[in-house]
Design a protein around this ligand. Structure first.
Ligand SMILES: [Zn+2]
Length: 285
């Protein structure tokens, strides 16, 4: 399993400092792929300090985590973090979906529960599955829903999405509503601003302690649930922020059977990342 930091930096910085690493051009910006915990990331950290905190955009623009693993790795892991590739806007709460806020944090909004159907304005054009800007708001096509049902995958229910658009071209989509016990995020899972500055806990909510930070900035460790029934789970911890159309989201974890089914429907294997199990002091890879 190989872990990478995919990061966009100005062309000049890429050619001066990171000539030896794979990169792709996007106009004046280069997208670099660096080993996640390597010397190159440390060099970027030093470079950022040299340029000064106020000039952060001179060093890099955006980043993401990429994990490469072989299909054989599917057999050795129980859980996989899923970052659905397709994203649709706007999220349910701006389209008329109603929520019960009685357990929600007044400060960060985490913990609210949807009441009634998920109401949206649009569906993905090509993908069979997608998230909204609220990352744990998941929808699946009728085709993918049928595959999940025929395989007997468990731990969720499917409820039909209501579309506010009058377009008759939107086919049937389902909200994938997770019903399993939340997975407890374990020690060693890091949340913060980004993997360069590594301000751990940046953006966490002091009010509820459910929102652990702006972004997940490490691999994930979970405590296994008492009963391992199901194929989809949400984490007890939230990441993200409450701003505009954004709400904090939980991490989505799925079983290898779910990964297999999703990949058969066109979701890239790169949308998944093995999750480590934390059991007391013992951990397995
Ligand atoms: Zn909160």
């Amino acid at each position: 399993m190989n872990e990478y930091l995919v990061i966009r930096v100005p062309k000049g910085i890429a050619s001066q400092e990171f000539r030896d690493y794979p990169s792709r051009s996007h106009g004046d910006v280069r997208e670099l792929t660096l080993p996640w915990d390597g010397e190159a990331v440390e060099r970027l950290r030093v470079l950022r300090q040299r340029l000064g905190a106020t000039d952060i955009q001179l060093a890099y623009y955006s980043w993401s985590r990429k994990v490469e693993f072989a299909a054989g790795d599917l057999d050795v892991h129980r859980f996989f973090l899923w970052r659905p590739r397709a994203c649709i806007e706007p999220p349910g709460h701006t389209c008329g979906t109603t929520f019960d806020d009685s357990n929600a944090c007044a400060r960060c909004g985490s913990g609210r529960a949807r009441v009634g159907p998920l109401i949206l304005k649009s569906a993905p054009k090509r993908s069979q599955m997608a998230k909204t800007l609220v990352y744990d708001e998941l929808i699946v096509s009728e085709q993918f829903a049928l595959r999940l049902s025929s395989l007997g995958l468990k731990g969720f229910s499917l409820s039909e999405v209501v579309f506010r658009s009058r377009s008759s071209r939107i086919s049937t989509w389902y909200s994938l509503d997770v019903e399993t016990e939340p997975l407890r995020i374990g020690v060693g899972t890091e949340f913060g601003d980004d993997p360069i500055r590594r301000r751990l806990g940046f953006g966490a909510c002091r009010e509820c302690r459910r929102l652990r930070g702006l972004n997940l900035i490490s691999s994930v460790r979970v405590a296994p649930p008492a009963a391992l029934l199901g194929d989809v789970w949400l984490s007890d911890a939230y990441e993200g922020l409450r701003e505009g159309e954004l709400y904090p989201s939980r991490l989505i974890c799925v079983s290898r059977h779910f990964v297999d089914a999703a990949v058969k429907e066109g979701e890239p294997l790169a949308s998944f990342e093995p999750v480590h199990i934390a059991e007391g002091n013992r951990t397995n890879a």
